[in-house]
Design a protein around this ligand. Structure first.
Ligand SMILES: *[C@@H]1O[C@H](CO)[C@@H](O)[C@H](O)[C@H]1NC(C)=O
Ligand SMILES: *[C@@H]1O[C@H](CO)[C@@H](O)[C@H](O)[C@H]1NC(C)=O
Ligand SMILES: *[C@@H]1O[C@H](CO)[C@@H](O)[C@H](O)[C@H]1NC(C)=O
Ligand SMILES: *[C@@H]1O[C@H](CO)[C@@H](O)[C@H](O)[C@H]1NC(C)=O
Length: 317
């Protein structure tokens, strides 16, 4: 699997396990923070009650914040993950969900606490290249031999930037309309399963630290979250991202190099140089930011992990 393929897995279902801790450890004196939880992307497994049970128990209840939920759920999936265009076309998932799944997703959406924004996207979302006169950055070249520059991959990446943007815009609008300020924002994929409890909010330095776990989960301080979430797509529209150059790692595109990373402070969302030399899942003494292994499964009902991943320790899970 190439270094960027992890974000292209069309039916990945992340399982996030965590330690057993409880909100009562935060003590009665502290006021729970206001948390905006935004789930945006392909709904995929979100219609399965186990996914929402996991969110309610292991994220909402465990973390213990005052939660407001925003949901941008795409009901069909055209993802690709080939190594070139031909393979993309061959492997392309064309999962148009039926009415039952649509209803399941809607029902599960309404089980989330304090739902303030809900968009169920039934139609194909197709992005257009902005008119970048001088820039070659968004040229799609189906013949280059790598999937990186194909139309299919391009649509998927811009789609991810847009998911984040939708969260940013929705949260910003909500804050403007209500006067509520969120202390912390969590953006997650809707197809991630929280299989173990998150530590309580007081275990996090959520005012000053961001944590980003690939494209699965971002936890952002409320002070920078809106700008960070909007940035990637804004830069795309302004022809400023490095998105279609070479085989840049997707994490750099989405999180660091062009999008959110510019908005987050020095130590936020950045890889710890020393960690990069360490092997995945192995505790590395040089690494200041310890990593914990994260498991992925491919489909609901498949219990065991099939792909190792890394979730930064400061994400706390
Ligand atoms: C939903 O909002 C209400 C009122 O703001 C709040 O009291 C409640 O704790 C919130 N629910 C959750 C699960 O955070
Ligand atoms: C909980 O969040 C809602 C906004 O979503 C807000 O109206 C309410 O005041 C918050 N509660 C507290 C105690 O801050
Ligand atoms: C690449 O393929 C897509 C999908 O068939 C097509 O719409 C697009 O025009 C092609 N781009 C180039 C540069 O050939
Ligand atoms: C792409 O990679 C080539 C070869 O490594 C390099 O020379 C070139 O500068 C890169 N282009 C961009 C836009 O980064």
């Amino acid at each position: 699997m190439t270094s960027w393929a992890w974000a292209l897995l069309p039916v990945a279902l992340g399982i996030i396990n965590g330690p057993l801790t409880s909100v009562t450890q935060c003590g009665g004196a502290t006021v729970p923070p206001n948390l905006a939880l935004c789930l945006a992307g392909h709904a995929r497994t979100f219609g399965d009650p186990r996914v929402v049970d996991g969110l309610l128990t292991n994220l909402v209840a465990s973390f213990g914040a005052n939660v407001t939920t925003f949901l941008y759920l795409k009901l069909h999936d055209h993802s690709t993950k080939g190594k070139d265009r031909l393979e993309n076309l061959k492997l392309a998932v064309d999962m148009r969900v039926g009415d039952k799944h649509k209803e399941d997703v809607r029902r599960m959406a309404h089980r989330m606490p304090n739902v303030s924004g809900l968009a169920l996207i039934e139609d194909d979302v197709v992005f257009r290249q902005p008119p970048c006169q001088k820039s070659r950055e968004f040229r799609v070249d189906n013949k280059s031999g790598t999937a990186w520059r194909t139309e299919e991959t391009w649509q998927m990446l811009v789609g991810q930037l847009y998911n984040q943007y939708w969260c940013g815009v929705s949260i910003e609008q909500y804050e403007r309309d209500t006067g509520v300020k969120f202390d912390v924002v969590i953006k997650s994929r809707p197809d991630v399963t929280f299989a173990g409890p998150a530590p309580p909010y007081c275990a996090f330095d959520y005012d000053t630290k961001a944590c980003t776990a690939r494209d699965w989960l971002f936890m952002l301080p409320g002070s920078v979250a809106v700008k960070a979430l909007k940035r990637g797509y804004e830069e795309f529209e302004m022809c400023r991202t490095i998105m279609n150059r070479n085989k840049t790692k997707i994490a750099e595109i989405i999180v660091r190099a062009s999008g959110m990373g510019k908005e987050l402070k020095e130590d936020m969302g950045r890889p710890d140089e020393a960690c990069q030399k360490c092997k995945k899942g192995i505790i590395c003494p040089l690494c200041r930011r310890k990593d914990t292994p994260l498991k992925l499964i491919r489909r609901p009902g498949v219990p065991s992990g099939s792909l190792p991943g890394i979730l930064p320790r400061h994400c706390g899970f």
